[in-house]
Each structure stands twice: as structure tokens, then as C-alpha cells.
Design a protein around this ligand. Structure first.
Ligand code: DC
Length: 222
């Protein structure tokens, strides 16, 4: 059966990674979470107190981002250290949103992501996968859900991690991040013309996966 590239883009907290992981398992493909790569670089800048763009750009040659499998789950690595446990916080998410506006940071990660897709058989999620990383991907999905639904999901995730978030603050953060992701000069989040939009505000996970598995089967047999 032919191998394809599946590009999944969309807003933060709309379940992209859960969907991408499930689809990768269904297809027997490699899953790549590009948000985790931006988060790993953000963690590096926070740990090293790098705030201005020039200092971050100068540090790129000292940064190596990769992935390891731990009990079947993909963990992101920063210079060989498994940093999965440090990158899913609001602080790192906000820093990731900021550093992802730097053209050189994007070029650095996009080149690695394109290499990962050379052999196809990959499901990659992010903000610019269908538009910049793989404009020729055979299947492009653009996921969306209302800001309130996404804020509730993020709120639940944070509570589960033992944090005590304020819902209004989480919602404001979702809206701020959407604004930054869609208004930045470099590769803003936008739907590729040939992407299929899936709004999952009122779909169960199962309903949504059935739709997506169907789209994948159709793309593979095309
Ligand atoms: O999907 P996420 O929340 O883990 O992404 C963290 C930040 O990284 C998000 O604010 C936007 C940025 N990002 C990006 O600019 N391009 C990508 N391909 C993936 C993430």
C-alpha cells in the first residue's frame, strides 16, 4: 500500500496530538509532535535566561531536539535529555508561542521536520505543516473547536496534573495564543486551501476518529 504524509494543523488545545497519535497507530505510521519541538527550544531559552531574539538565534547551533520512545510513548529530548515532563506547562507554552515567531527558529525546525518526512509514512501535527513543512502532503486536516471548549480541555488537563488554574485565565491564554499564532509575520497559522476542516466542538472522540480514519483510507487508496 502506498505511504503518504498526513499534515494536521489547528489551534492550540483542539486535540491535535491525541488525534494525530491515534491516526499514526491506526496507519502504522510515525507520529511527530512539532509543538513539542518548539516547546523544547522554549525550555532551553527559559533555563538559560535567553530573552532577546539575537541571543536565541545565536544559541541554535547548541540546541539539539529529538525524540525517544519511552514505554511506547514519544518523548521529546533536548540535547539528549528527556524533557517531556517539563514542557507541558503554561509558562513553556507561552514561551514556545513567542520563540516560534522567530524566522530562524522556524527554519531550524522546519528543516528537521522535512527530513523526518522524507520516507513518508508520517503523521505530523503543528501549525504550518500543510502550508510550509509539507505543502504537498497527500492528506491535510485542519482541526478546530470553539475557544471555550478548548479552554475547558486545557483546564481539565492542568487540574489532572495537580495545578490549580483559573478558568478565565486559561480562556484568556487560549485567546491570546490564537491571536499570536494567527497574526505572526512568520508562517502564521492558517488553513491550507486543500485542507479538510474538522470542527470537533461537539463530536465525541470516537465520532471524530471514524471521520478521520475514513479520510485516511480514502487518501491512501486514491
Ligand atoms: O501545539 P503546542 O501547543 O504544543 O505548540 C506550542 C507553540 O508552538 C504554539 O503556540 C505555536 C508553536 N508551534 C508553531 O508555531 N508551529 C508548529 N508547527 C507547532 C507549534
Amino acid at each position: 500500500m502506498k505511504k503518504i504524509i498526513v499534515a494536521i494543523d489547528g489551534y492550540s488545545s483542539c486535540g491535535k496530538s491525541t488525534i494525530a497519535k491515534a491516526l499514526a497507530k491506526y496507519a502504522g505510521y510515525t507520529y511527530v509532535d512539532t509543538g513539542a519541538m518548539y516547546r523544547a527550544i522554549a525550555l532551553f531559552t527559559l533555563r538559560n535566561g535567553l530573552t532577546d531574539d539575537a541571543a536565541i538565534i545565536a544559541a541554535l547551533p547548541q540546541i539539539e531536539v529529538g525524540f525517544v520512545l519511552v514505554d511506547g510513548a514519544q518523548h521529546v529530548t533536548l540535547n539528549g535529555e528527556d524533557v517531556e515532563g517539563f514542557i507541558r506547562t503554561l509558562e513553556v507554552g507561552n514561551a514556545a508561542s513567542r520563540i516560534s515567531q522567530i524566522k530562524e527558529v522556524r527554519a531550524f525546525l522546519v528543516a528537521q521536520q522535512q527530513k523526518m518526512g522524507e520516507a513518508k509514512g508520517i503523521v505530523m501535527d503543528g501549525r504550518d505543516i500543510g502550508t510550509v513543512v509539507f505543502p504537498k502532503a497527500e492528506l491535510k486536516l485542519f482541526l478546530t473547536a470553539s475557544p471555550e471548549v478548548r479552554a475547558q480541555r486545557r483546564y481539565d488537563e492542568l487540574v489532572e496534573k495537580g495545578e490549580k488554574p483559573d478558568f478565565e485565565a486559561v480562556l484568556a491564554d487560549v485567546n491570546d495564543r490564537d491571536y499570536r499564532d494567527t497574526h505572526r509575520a512568520e508562517s502564521p497559522l492558517r488553513q491550507a486551501e486543500d485542507a479538510i476542516v474538522v470542527d470537533n466542538s461537539s463530536m465525541t472522540r470516537e465520532e471524530q476518529m471514524n471521520v478521520i480514519y475514513g479520510l485516511f483510507d480514502k487518501a491512501v487508496n486514491h
